[in-house]
Write a protein that binds this ligand. Sequence first.
Ligand code: SAM
Length: 279
Amino acid sequence: MLRSGLYIIATPIGHLQDIYERAKEILREAPVVACEDTRVTKKLFSLLGISLQKRFICYEDHNEDEKAQMLTDIIEEEKAMALVSDAGSPLISDPGYKLVSRCRERGIYVTAVPGACAVITALQLSGLPTNRFMFAGFIPNKEKARQDLFEELKNLNSTLVFYETAPRLLKSLAQAAESFGCRQIAVARELTKMYEETVNGTANELTEYFTINEPRGEFVLMVAPPTETAPSLDNLRELLAARLRETSLKTAVKEFSQNYHLNKNEVYALALELKNEQL
Ligand code: SAM
């Protein structure tokens, strides 16, 4: 029998089999399940072959304070409670932290079964630096808030990771073009699902791509960090022109695109222009 406490359980973000045995065992045994949308969670339980003979309690953002109190009371009545979100890891752009905080304050046992999380999966596929990253949650819907957020984060020496929805993707890419210029961006969508796709390019290139390929599904948008030595366009022209006098166009393009995380096609176009000027 499970000991009384809170069990934070990650569920799949797409592929149904992306869930640990231990997670399934706890979901089977826990008499109470706190979830965002009971219909979504009951459907998952049915697909996983887990009995619905237990208590499902809705726990959402807008009633988090009140419900946290109520849920801790239930756990204190010697119950084991599983906390799940609609998909992925609870608390990551999903409710739960107030409940965890309250349980910890009250000395209630809290544990987590890790698992699928779109931030991590997207980063793994992005090809962008993963040694330091900043997860900034959902990109705001309002134009000014979106601009402010990108401007606030643009000089941070980290890969930036955002959650995004299909209808807003092009607006965010337009702002990204303004704030991040020609920095490399990766857009990952439909992770672990049939139409999983990761596309890299500058914001302008990705705008072009997603104008042709209408955005569908769930998205993670990632921005490469600025390199300390990332040159301004004028400096870039100067440095690249100097390097082109020393080495082949191919080598210079490779070096510059890698060193400064710049788009290879754009560096190539600039290098060609400079090479022609040098002739
Ligand atoms: N807690 C979840 C996690 O661990 O990733 C995230 C929940 S948040 C409410 C939902 C957002 O996560 C989506 O709008 C999307 O940005 C991202 N997301 C979730 N599943 C995804 C997937 N399979 N592919 C791409 N992005 C996904």
